[in-house]
Design a protein around this ligand. Structure first.
Ligand SMILES: [Zn+2]
Length: 396
């Protein structure tokens, strides 16, 4: 078996599941089990390692071996796996030359699989996730470094690496210290299908709507009671029903009612607001403010309040002056024998936040699929090509 896959199988067996409910960072101490190991392995590979054990971030740097190398380049991946599905006791199963017949990976259910007939795949045993998100990215970065160590004649740029914690709980960049990261530009290696280069994502905000009702005995409620649950329903009905996640795609934005908790006296709702376009994003936020205003006018009192917090920005805004790193990624994918393409991410990436903080950071593919699920799998040839892409990008 090749060393990339050996490495990957070793990493996925380490349980690093993060926890949404936790109030600490890292959200789970076990993420350090992998971070510590990676810090050691990076040192063995000859890098200068700077391990922030408290927050569970590993930074490392390999100096260039070429005097006239281009600027340093960075690669970032995350150690944690999704809270959604267990990552404990992962028992990867290798399918040699996948033929479309498999208990778990059924092309009728996942049409994408038709493109992987004949490939060697790695899947789960059906009881856990696999952890290709993002241990495929980690394995590819580590294997790239190992390649340069084994082949000292190959000239490479200065390479900065960071492994972060709690990406899956949305806190991956919370304690990321750009000053401890040597490169001025980087790639997150956290995508899926080989060849897809992501550099556009949503602008994202969360709106919290609170409604104060007036609860009295139902027998004597006439003309007095204000049922906060029903007012919440009125609020929801003010939003366009065809601008939801389930009715939109591509560049279309949406409002998503994420959760609602209500009784007669009080209702609280949280909405996610998403749009790629900054003007439309601002309009969506204003629209929600107006909806609260409309409710208050109807009732002649300030019973509805709304607070909107920005979550992450569309990285395209910050990358537009750094499109050379996207172009280079296109070139690298072609060099690895792939057909590069870009899709607007209908979500966000850690790279989005880092880009807004001054570290331009598009996202590269890893060759993993069906993330956050028992049906997660990785394509061995695509992992191999993803590795070749990284090697190309780091070479002089
Ligand atoms: Zn990921």
């Amino acid at each position: 078996m090749n060393t990339l896959i050996e490495r990957f199988l070793r990493y996925v067996k380490i349980d690093t599941q993060s926890d949404d409910e936790s109030l600490t960072h890292p959200s789970t101490a076990k993420q350090r089990d992998l971070a510590r190991l990676l810090a050691e392995e990076l040192e063995d590979l000859g890098l200068t390692v700077d391990y922030d054990e408290e927050h569970c971030y590993v930074y490392a740097y390999l100096e260039s071996n070429a005097p006239d190398a281009a600027d340093d380049i960075g690669f970032i991946a995350h150690v944690d796996t999704s809270p959604a599905v267990s990552g404990k006791d992962v028992k990867p199963v290798i399918i040699n030359s996948y033929d479309g017949h498999d208990d778990l990976l059924d092309p009728d259910e996942f049409p994408e699989l038709n493109e992987h007939i004949g490939e060697d795949l790695i899947r789960t045993d059906g009881t856990t996730l696999l952890g290709a998100d993002d241990k495929a990215g980690i394995a590819e970065i580590m294997e790239m470094l190992s390649h340069f160590k084994a082949n000292p004649d190959i000239k490479h740029r200065g390479i900065a690496v960071a492994f972060t914690s709690d990406e899956e709980t949305g806190n991956g960049t919370e304690y990321f210290d750009i000053n401890r990261f040597h490169a001025k530009q980087a790639y997150t290696v956290d995508g899926g299908k080989f060849g897809i280069i992501e550099y556009e994502c949503f602008n994202a905000a969360m709106a919290t709507v609170e409604i104060q009702g007036k609860c009295v005995h139902t027998g004597s409620a006439k003309g007095i009671m204000i049922n906060a649950s029903l007012v919440a329903n009125e609020f929801i009905n003010l939003l366009p029903s065809d601008e939801t996640p389930e009715t939109t795609e591509g560049y279309e934005g949406f409002y998503y009612l994420d959760n609602i908790k209500s009784d007669c006296e009080h209702a609280r709702m949280q909405f996610l607001i998403r749009d790629h376009d900054l003007n439309k994003f601002a309009a969506r936020k204003a629209f929600m403010q107006d909806a609260a205003f409309t409710i208050n006018e109807r009732y002649g009192s300030e019973l509805c309040s709304i607070t909107i917090e920005d979550q992450y920005p569309n990285m395209a805004v910050f990358l537009k002056d750094h499109m050379d790193i996207v172009d280079r990624a296109y070139e690298a994918v072609r060099h690895a024998g792939g057909e590069p393409a870009s899709e607007p991410v209908r979500g966000g990436t850690d790279g989005a936040v880092l880009s807004s903080r001054g570290l331009p950071c598009p996202n590269l593919s890893t060759g993993g699929y069906n993330y956050h699920s028992r049906f997660e799998f990785a394509s061995i040839p695509e992992m191999q090509k993803s590795l070749e892409t990284l090697i190309y990008l780091a070479q002089v």
